[in-house]
Ligand binder design. Sequence first.
Ligand code: NDP
Length: 338
Amino acid sequence: NRRIVLASRPHGKPVDDNFRLEKAPLPQAKDGQLLLRTVWLSLDPYMRGRMSDAPSYAAPVQIGEVMTGGAVSRVVESKSADFKAGDLVVGSTGWQDYSVADAKAVKKLEGAALKQPSLALGVLGMPGFTAFMGLLDIGEPKPGETLVVAAATGPVGSLVGQIGKIKGCRVVGIAGGEEKCRYAVEHFGFDECLDHRAPDLDKRLKAACPDGIDVYFENVGGAVFDAVLPLLNTKARIPVCGLVSQYNATGLKDGQDRLSLLTGTILKKRMRVQGFIIFDDYGHRYPEFAKQMSEWFEAGKIKFREDIVEGLESAPQAFFGLLEGKNFGKLVVRVGQD
Ligand code: NDP
């Protein structure tokens, strides 16, 4: 059984030495537990937070502990009446070949995810749920409104854009590079998509949003938010989902303090700015998401893109790339066969 543990805490960008690949004996399942073989491991931006011991909404991974992560696994041995060997399940089982989990802590795959199990880590799982609740419950998009979202080809952003289109919005994406932008328009149906790495984002965003911005789904922060702020309309809604451009930052940037610009804008425009942590805030509404998303998905209304990396040992490098936009679609690692 191979597993990747946290070897040290990063300062700024994570590096190879922060992880260690270890061999360990196969774990044993007790009553009420399952022995699981990992098939697909999900890599997600929140994992950067777990590597750090700065105060957050979840406890950090301890040094020497297996890296935390969602995965789709095959049941090898079941000591629970609710599962049998061969079942596919999703749960937070970590960066390892085999794990033992309480039967209550995992969920059986169902519906479309049974045909393509990795989707239980993307559009049909946690990132999909995040896009759905953040946009619909906090963003409250209305027909004819303008919605802006960055990381537009990732699992959260691509779904925010597609749900925005279903709700009748003008959807403007922001992504890193021309190829991603073209893909967001042609494949995901965004009205426009702007490259945040090209100059004059503020001017191009203004041109793309002639009626201002009603909903800004915040995935990245930083320079993108700077371009968005002056374009926000009165009563704009900002679901604050993530700030991936800041996850490797070691402190605040030097420069002019613009906090009063932000709070002044919130006041004058009477905006709603609300952070959320998906399972903490919306766990009880998962069935609502599962039902609606599977309907849309079966009706062919939802497109997705995956970026597949081979082998558990490739997880650290792929994860570093995720924080810099090297992934193109939902990043998953194939750890075993479906
Ligand atoms: P993605 O697969 O979209 O990966 C992150 C993307 O962020 C990169 O591919 C890159 O896309 C973009 N990015 C990285 N650095 C920068 C930068 N400096 N400026 C602008 N964009 C940057 O990730 P997810 O879809 O899984 O997650 C999107 C966001 O949602 C993250 O912030 C994540 O933390 C958050 N999230 C929050 C949850 C919650 O409960 N609140 C739950 C799940 C996710 P590009 O190359 O296009 O710039």
